[in-house]
Design a protein. Structure first.
Length: 282
């Protein structure tokens, strides 16, 4: 059914980055084979070829090589390509133009137009989104995952010096570091991120106990899915399910994740997501 056979994909990532995890969840669920290049977060020489200095970057070759940036653009563009037989991937990517903006801190960043839209014709849209509300709901919660949920991760996994050290131990173990580099990254990084997480807490107006914000957010998500659906997408996950799962998954193995499982109602939905994604990987 999918025009994926001729699609060669290479994902440049940090394994513990929530935006990269979102892209992997999407690719795995759709059974798309891809190569992973783990980027060294200090030197970043693996992405020297690109003027876009962040991850994830997806190199896609569907006849001609193409670079896709921004996790939500990657997901929307590839999903459009899988559904729509009309346009080349190159054409589809051109529907998501990068726009340079300046943040409150005076930093230049790229924002992407239309990044939560799938570029489908009327017939295709009807097939994927039988009613308009389904599309609106999916876009709303994909945006929520990027604009809110993702900002709760760092303050929670670096909440205390002990948690910061445990998180960096995991990052160094899973990431691409030399021996000495890993040693310094673990201890210096843990200290730095402990203090940065306090700044992030202030910037995003989080509660004193940042766990409470995490619990409220995931319970809000569970409530939005509701009791009568397996997933927000119904019987199968939609792009919002995959985004939320991808973001939360980076905390696995850490204290924040265990606390979230105990103190919220997320577990049944999360386990269903794990099961369908594992099936997708087969």
């Amino acid at each position: 059914q999918l025009p994926a056979g001729n699609l060669q994909l290479t994902l440049y990532q940090y394994k513990t980055c929530p935006f990269c995890s979102k892209v992997r969840a999407f690719l795995d669920y759709h059974g798309l084979p891809y190569e992973i290049v783990e980027v060294n977060p200090i030197m970043r020489k693996e992405i020297k070829f690109s003027s876009y200095r962040k991850v994830p970057i997806l190199l896609a070759n569907a006849g001609s090589p193409l670079q896709l940036n921004d996790s939500s653009v990657i997901i929307s563009a590839i999903k459009t390509y899988l559904i729509s037989k009309r346009n080349s991937l190159e054409e589809i990517v051109s529907f998501y133009p990068p726009m340079k903006t300046v943040t409150e801190q005076g930093k230049e960043v790229f924002e992407y137009g239309n990044k939560y839209w799938l570029m489908l014709d009327e017939k295709e849209t009807k097939r994927v989104y039988p009613v308009k509300e389904v599309r609106v709901e999916e876009m709303k919660w994909r945006k929520w995952a990027d604009d809110w949920l993702v900002h709760l991760i760092s303050p929670n996994v670096y909440r205390t010096p002990r948690e910061a050290l445990a998180s960096f131990d995991y990052i160094v173990r899973e990431g691409k570091f030399g021996t000495m580099e890993g040693f310094f990254a673990k201890y210096m990084g843990a200290v730095a991120m402990f203090f940065i997480s306090k700044r992030l807490k202030k910037r995003h107006h989080l509660q004193d106990n940042v766990r409470e914000d995490l619990y409220e957010a995931v319970n809000e998500w569970v409530k939005a899915v509701g009791k009568h659906r397996l997933f927000m997408g119904g019987n199968q996950p939609n792009l919002a399910d995959l985004a939320v799962y991808g973001v939360l998954r980076v905390m696995e193995g850490l204290e924040a994740f265990d606390d979230m499982m105990v103190h919220t109602k997320i577990q049944p939905w999360y386990q269903r997501m794990e099961e369908v994604i594992q099936k997708g990987e087969v």
